[in-house]
Design a protein around this ligand. Structure first.
Ligand code: G16
Length: 526
């Protein structure tokens, strides 16, 4: 190992990508996130680590430069594993260790990883890189390339892509199964084809347009949705706002703003009952919203999306006559009404896991069909290999016309979904297809159940790590006494629930409360 790694070059470049002294970072909910000016060394080192992960897995590995929903001044990086999924937890630890190491320790850490993980240095390494539209992203992705190159890794730089597109590309490079060519163009073509097939019964010639206003958070979603648009049928009229030509990324707009503040973004005129949606900064989240005739704002968040999609899938499964297992995975942020509706009305099992798509994804893999969405709009649907095979077989071979047609719709739904991770563009198309097929307005969808009033806050504290949680973050175990205080407050309100947890993407503590009225939810949260 020592002979083959060019430690002189590693050391030389480590100096060029020096770590600010005293800085400690952790691979959090979605990789490293902090102020962009503190990330150059992290990028370089993640380039190094990606090469080792690629050699160890004998696969293409992804590196995405983005801080997603965070402010424009922040940036971040995460590694993408071979099937397009999040980095394995043991490697997250190496990432943290390598990032916080002093320059002279880098060599030892790299050697340790190689030894522990039996990395063969003879193996080739191939890394694909993507970045969002932040002003800092280009330079930071160059630092990743330096790290990759210094260890002799090959790379392909996709440049500006959404996070889910990069995840998808990684999966394309490593499997030929569901995904074809590893190009952004092939991604558009695959999704568009599935959308056209799925909606062909919904759109008839001469139909009026179904229009949708999209708030693109002034981010990469605007560029990529525009590229996608020319592949889509004209019946779906997409109007884009906050496309990045003027405003600041995620500032007073985007999915996180709309969800947390429960109001429309700036930069978009919302007429009564018009269907609107918001992407976040790297287009891996989507939430819908509208104003009713009386001017009241209505949010259709990840919980409503999960409900809509699982209703649609359940109906199709029953038409096909299939009893595939289906479950919905949520986090503590899921509105209590959504959980009750799914379990009691829809009779779909619901599981609660910790925040972070990696946790939801893992749980969803346990079922034939696992629908996972965080309330913030981050989610997708996973179909097991066996389920996909069964559905594809029925779509071809089933003799009963109605059953075969339903199986074909399921097949097109599978092809429309980016199973690697939550994807705002793919989710938008799935939702639009379902609404069109069911003849639903946004109001019909919203009326499936009524959300309990809720409030989210973020609080800046000296050290958020003093808070430790258990039970999928629904209870605090440290500092002592805090949970008892929360319990005492929660008891004062009807239908109430509250929790606190340290964020894994921002230096804040998050507070969530829900109760019978908005006033009570607000008071409880405060
Ligand atoms: C990321 C994660 C999400 C998570 C969110 C907030 O979203 O991918 O799973 O819900 O951060 O996490 P936390 O509450 O720990 O800060 P994004 O869209 O920023 O990548």
């Amino acid at each position: 190992i020592f002979v083959e790694m060019d430690f002189d070059a590693v050391a030389k470049y480590s100096v060029l990508h020096a770590k600010p002294s005293g800085l400690t970072l952790q691979y959090g909910t979605a990789g490293f996130r902090t102020k962009a000016e503190n990330l150059d060394h992290v990028m370089y080192r993640m380039g190094l680590l990606a090469v080792l992960r690629s050699k160890q897995t004998k696969s293409t590995i992804g590196v995405m430069v983005t801080a997603s929903h965070n402010p424009e001044e922040d940036n971040g990086v995460k590694l993408v594993d071979p099937l397009g999924e999040m980095l394995a937890p043991s490697w997250e630890e190496y990432a943290t260790c390598l990032t916080n190491a002093e320059e002279q320790e880098i060599q030892t850490i790299l050697s340790d990883v190689c030894q522990k993980e039996a990395v063969s240095l003879h193996q080739d390494a191939f890394i694909v890189i993507g970045r969002d539209t932040r002003p800092s992203s280009k330079k930071l992705s160059q630092a990743v390339i330096d790290g990759v190159s210094v260890l002799g890794g090959q790379y392909h730089d996709y440049g500006l892509v959404t996070t889910p597109q990069l995840h998808y590309m990684v999966c394309c490079w490593n499997t030929q199964e569901h995904y074809e060519k590893a190009t952004v163009e092939a991604y558009y073509q695959k999704l568009a084809k599935a959308f056209v097939e799925l909606t062909k019964q919904a759109f008839s010639p001469g139909d009026s347009h179904r229009s949708l206003k999209v708030d693109c958070a002034n981010g990469i979603g605007a560029l990529k949705l525009q590229e996608m648009e020319c592949h889509l049928p004209r019946e779906l009229l997409i109007q884009m706002y906050n496309n990045g030509t003027k405003g600041k990324l995620n500032h007073l707009c985007g999915a996180d703003f709309v969800k947390v503040h429960q109001k429309p973004p700036q930069g978009i005129e919302v007429k009564p009952n018009e269907r609107c949606c918001s992407f976040d900064g790297d287009a891996d989240r989507i939430v819908y919203f509208y104003n009713d005739a009386a001017g009241h704002f209505h949010l259709l968040d990840g919980d409503k999306i999960a409900t809509l999609i699982s209703t649609f899938l359940k109906e199709l499964l029953s038409k096909v006559g299939q009893t595939l297992t289906m479950a919905v995975v949520q986090t503590a942020y899921a509105n209590g009404s959504s959980t009750r509706y799914l379990e009691e009305t829809m009779k779909v099992p619901v599981h609660c896991v910790k925040t972070g798509v990696k946790h939801l994804h893992q749980k969803a893999q346990e079922f034939d069909i696992g629908v996972y969405f965080e309330a913030n709009g981050h989610g997708t649907v996973l179909f097991s290999k066996a389920a996909v095979e069964k559905i594809r077989h029925l779509a071809k071979e089933e003799k009963d016309n109605q059953k075969r047609e339903a199986a074909k719709m399921l097949e097109n739904t599978i092809d429309l979904i980016n199973q690697t991770v939550g994807d705002a563009i793919s989710d938008l198309l799935v939702i639009e297809a379902i609404l069109a097929l069911k003849g639903f307005t946004v109001h019909h969808w919203d009326a499936m159940y009524t959300d309990l009033p809720n409030r989210q806050l973020k609080i800046k504290v000296a050290d958020r790590r003093v808070i430790d949680t258990a039970d999928a973050e629904r209870r605090v175990v440290a500092p002592p006494g805090l949970q008892e205080k929360i319990d005492g407050l929660v008891k004062k309100y009807k239908l109430s629930r509250a929790f606190v947890r340290p964020s894994g993407t921002e230096d804040v503590v998050r507070v969530y409360a829900e109760a019978d009225t908005q006033e009570n939810a607000d008071t409880l949260a405060h």
